[in-house]
Design a binder for this molecule. Sequence first.
Ligand code: KG4
Ligand code: ZN
Length: 346
Amino acid sequence: MRVLGIETSCDETGVAIYDTEKGLLAHALHSQVELHASYGGVVPELASRDHVRKVLPLIRQLFHDGGVDASSLDGVAYTAGPGLVGALLVGASVGRSLAWSWGVPAVGVHHMEGHLLAPMLEREPPPFPFVAMLVSGGHTQLVEVARFGHYQLLGESLDDAAGEAFDKTAKLLGLPYPGGPELAKLAEQGDSSRYRFPRPMTNRPGLDFSFSGLKTFALNTLQEAGKQEGGVISQQTRADIARAFEEAVVDTLLIKCRRAVRQTGIKTLVLAGGVSANRRLRLRIDGMMSKEGGAAYYPRPEFCTDNGAMIAYAGCQRLLAGEAVALRFSVQPRWPMETLVLDDIT
Ligand code: KG4
Ligand code: ZN
């Protein structure tokens, strides 16, 4: 089976073709980072309009790069939620229309299911069952994955997502949007012994997270440093704060992952979503999992953040299981993942 995947839930237009025999045939991405940078965050209406402009030329380029003809496709998958409603509608309407014109089925994919299946595109995919930690700009979730389409939520953030905390703290530090990777870069020059941030919700049982207090802690630390340094905060101090913040997030995520692995007895851990590109997080998680006698799996860095490949892959699994939606379609800006159930693939 060969499937075209379309991702337009937020600020990246991503398209890809996945083939069950040959794997990923081609993928292409257009990032809207420059478009939103001067606003310090994603402007939903600008995002939708840019998806409209870019999605069809990107699909044309994809066919060209992959040497693929539309007539060889067996289905189309698009992100149906969660995400920005206008942005989702672009991918959904283009995906459905193309599928209809090519006479193939179309399927709406859950964006977070896409993220959690992204490591399946690697040479060594994780074996089922596994525990997945999804850490993106909008979600922080621990999920027990029995097999395709069987997900149980173990814990999630009660307020800000990990990526959101990175982005907001980066903004406080005067870093450009999107802040996560910029903050990680600044933290490289930081001294980890100068400041210590709290590890929220780690000293009580459970697998939920809370990250909003960390940005307040960063703000207070910055204000205090400002007073001590006579109003102008040095680059070294900003790097030290970035480092302390990053260590706190990484430690907190690691403690909860270890708890989930011990609680479920499942020794395979998958990390996915934008924050899983973080180098320090990967290093620490690898160390922890080898101590636990297990292993951690990640998507390649470019598939940690939003992309079309994960949607093509997840959609392909759903089409193989016989799922396809009628011509009428809707998108779901909010969509709890526990509602997803997939029959076994025969
Ligand atoms: O999965 P994603 O591309 O989009 C959502 O579905 O939200 O994740 C984007 C998030 C942003 O918050 C970004 O700052 C964060 O992932 N991010 C990182 C890194 N790379 C991306 N956070 C920390 N360290 C990184 N290296
Ligand atoms: Zn995402």
